[in-house]
Design a binder for this molecule. Structure first.
Ligand SMILES: Nc1ncnc2c1ncn2[C@@H]1O[C@H](COP(=O)(O)OP(=O)(O)O)[C@@H](O)[C@H]1O
Ligand code: SF4
Ligand SMILES: [Mg+2]
Length: 324
């Protein structure tokens, strides 16, 4: 069984009489130690997918479908165990770490607290280990830095602290939601390397969210492309990146100058992501799609297996006119 299995996830946000559906039929699985990259423009539902997995969706919300983690059915009988999973087995890094760090506590204290809670260390042992962790994530003068408050650090340094936090609890699943978007180019690559190191050392599975295909191509084994709350293309990363079949994926990739570069670029496709409360009829991508036909305005294309030239049946595309 996969470490994480998400089946037919549907999420609406807001009060029941005024709810907006933000995720529609999202399914994926993630094996232990593997990386799934979720990619798509801003507003496509990437963060909400991550928050759904963490059990941290804003309220009020309505969730349908199934989320299984470590054999537990978190959207069913094991829902009460979500909290314990979050502390111990799953962790999340956000784009702006300031939101997840406590501004009135030093970073050393916050790290040490995590270690006393999860590893049963004494306060003194925990502080020593916290300093070691800060050093491990590349923070110079870690003993001095441990006494700093979050606002006294740069964005890149705060993100390193978040990774140190993740290292402290050695989660089986680490969700990274655009972890390098707010950082300088030179720091981005170091943060990505740290996550790969964490994965290599602890066999951590990564759910890696980005709007950037260059970063996804470097990090991910599998990739899921989202548009307007829905999966439009999915499959092994090398297959999807080399042979995208959905016009949206093709559009995103055509805006990437060089997959080898780790620099974050905002993709640009003509038109805008639709307002989720006023989706166009049929295929949500249809107003921006050069391949759209009358059929695309009438019905929504289901996600279906396609056979690529490499006979890779695991690539899936939601498009009536999919082609390489
Ligand atoms: N608290 C909220 N209440 C209602 N809608 C929200 C809320 N937060 C985000 N949304 C909407 O949910 C959709 C998906 O957002 P999000 O998952 O954050 O996108 P992404 O991470 O891909 O940029 C967007 O249309 C956004 O406007
Ligand atoms: S179903 Fe039609 S509108 Fe949608 S992506 Fe495919 S060709 Fe474009
Ligand atoms: Mg987001």
């Amino acid at each position: 069984m996969s470490l994480l299995q998400v089946e037919a996830l549907q999420v609406s946000l807001g009060p029941r009489d005024d709810a907006v559906q933000i995720l529609r039929e999202v399914s994926f699985s993630l094996e232990a130690g593997a990386t799934l990259g979720i990619v798509g423009e801003s507003g496509c539902g990437k963060s909400m997918t991550a928050l759904a997995v963490m059990g941290l969706l804003p309220t009020p919300h309505h969730l349908q479908g199934r989320i299984q983690f470590r054999g537990l059915d978190l959207t069913g009988p094991d829902a009460a165990r979500w909290h314990e999973q979050r502390g111990r087995h799953m962790a999340m890094i956000f784009q702006e770490p300031m939101t997840s760090l406590n501004p009135v506590l030093t970073v050393g204290f916050q790290l040490a607290e995590m270690l006393t809670q999860h590893e049963g260390r004494s306060p003194a042992q925990a502080m020593t280990q916290a300093i070691e962790l800060l050093e491990r994530v590349g923070i110079a003068e870690p003993a001095r830095r441990a006494k700093a408050y979050p606002h006294e650090m740069s964005g890149g340094m705060r993100q390193r602290v978040m990774i140190a936090m993740a290292l402290a609890c050695k989660p089986q699943l680490l969700i990274a939601d655009e972890p390098t978007t707010a950082l300088d180019v030179s720091v981005q690559a170091q943060i990505l390397d740290l996550m790969l190191e964490l994965q290599r050392d602890h066999g951590t599975a990564l759910l890696f969210i980005s709007h950037n295909f260059g970063v996804i191509s470097e990090m991910a084994d599998e990739v899921m492309v989202m548009y307007a709350g829905k999966t439009v293309e999915q499959g092994p990363a090398h297959t999807v990146l080399q042979s995208p079949h959905h016009p949206y994926t093709q559009g995103l990739l055509s805006t990437v100058p060089d997959l080898e570069r780790r620099v974050e670029h905002l993709p640009v496709i003509a038109g805008q992501v639709p307002n989720l409360s006023r989706l166009p009829p049929g295929c949500s991508f249809q107003p921006r799609c050069e391949r759209a036909s009358a059929l695309c305005e009438q019905s929504a294309p289901p996600l279906m297996n396609i056979h690529t030239t490499h006979q890779m049946p695991s690539q899936k595309v939601a498009c009536f006119h999919a082609s390489a």
